[in-house]
Design a protein around this ligand. Structure first.
Ligand code: ATP
Ligand code: MG
Length: 236
């Protein structure tokens, strides 16, 4: 399932895009003039301080919030479709809330997902020994693995993941991010919001930092790993 990254030929077509997007609530923008692209095969980190507009941006790209102006694109097409229709067309959305059935076993949760159980276990082999356990009895980290496994086993063309590792131990943060890296290497366009910026920069290709609704710093992850000062400034 995993792809040797030295064999990949670089990012593919643009799967997610915001073109001059302003978006917010009750007609009041909290994000203004946003331009962002995520290509197939790429992991892009969206970071920035509390209230910067990260979730608003993610939910707008997912179709849960209508932009006030500008356009969002999915799979190369401008779209105004609501989120559930984008999901049907191959968009995966993950948040801190785990979208699993707590009363059902891990195996049943995977069976009811859009993808195959074997694909899901390919991403998270640690779930194999938990197949007979009810999801409600898993640890928080295992529940989020299951939730993410269901999304990425569906072979989404794009994944929008907003703070999926909130409250989890660093080792689990790395584990979940590694699975998203793997999904990107298998062709998905992945956009993540993650509090653990340093950890995320280790596996991302690019990053954008939002502050008060605008992108104030962006670049390749390799560059940004050496720009600790600039990153700290974003949070001041
Ligand atoms: N449902 C809402 N109605 C009105 N204003 C909102 C709503 N949700 C968020 N906001 C406001 O929009 C701004 C951006 O919020 P957003 O949740 O997008 O930030 P964020 O970068 O995701 O922050 P955090 O790191 O805390 O998750 C904030 O000022 C917030 O108060
Ligand atoms: Mg948020």
């Amino acid at each position: 399932m995993s792809v040797d990254r030295t064999q990949t030929t670089g990012p593919g077509p643009v799967m997610l895009a915001a073109r001059d997007v302003s978006t917010g609530y009750h007609g009041v923008p909290v994000v203004r003039g946003l331009n962002l692209e995520v290509r197939a095969g790429e992991v892009v980190l969206l970071a920035g301080p509390n209230g910067a507009g990260k979730t608003t941006t993610m939910m707008t790209l997912a179709g849960a919030i209508r932009p006030l102006s500008g356009t969002t694109e999915f799979a190369g097409e401008p779209t105004r479709l609501p989120m559930h229709k984008r999901v049907r067309l191959g968009m995966g959305v993950v948040t801190e809330k785990r979208s699993i059935f707590y009363g059902l076993t891990v195996a049943d949760n995977l069976r009811l997902g859009r993808g195959t159980k074997e694909d899901a276990l390919g991403y998270f082999p640690e779930l194999r020994e938990r197949l007979g356990v009810k999801a409600g009895q898993l640890s928080g980290g295992e529940q989020q693995m299951l939730s993410l496994a269901r999304v990425i086993a569906a072979r989404p063309r794009a994944v929008i993941a907003d703070e999926m590792s909130l409250g989890l131990a660093p080792i689990l943060v790395k584990r979940l991010l590694a699975a998203l890296r793997n999904a990107a290497d298998n062709g998905a366009a992945v956009l993540i919001v993650e509090q653990h910026v340093r950890v995320a920069l280790e596996m991302a290709d690019r990053a954008c930092f939002l502050k008060r609704g605008s992108i104030v710093l962006h670049g390749s992850a390799a560059q940004l790993r050496n720009q600790e000062r600039e990153i700290e400034d974003v949070y001041l």
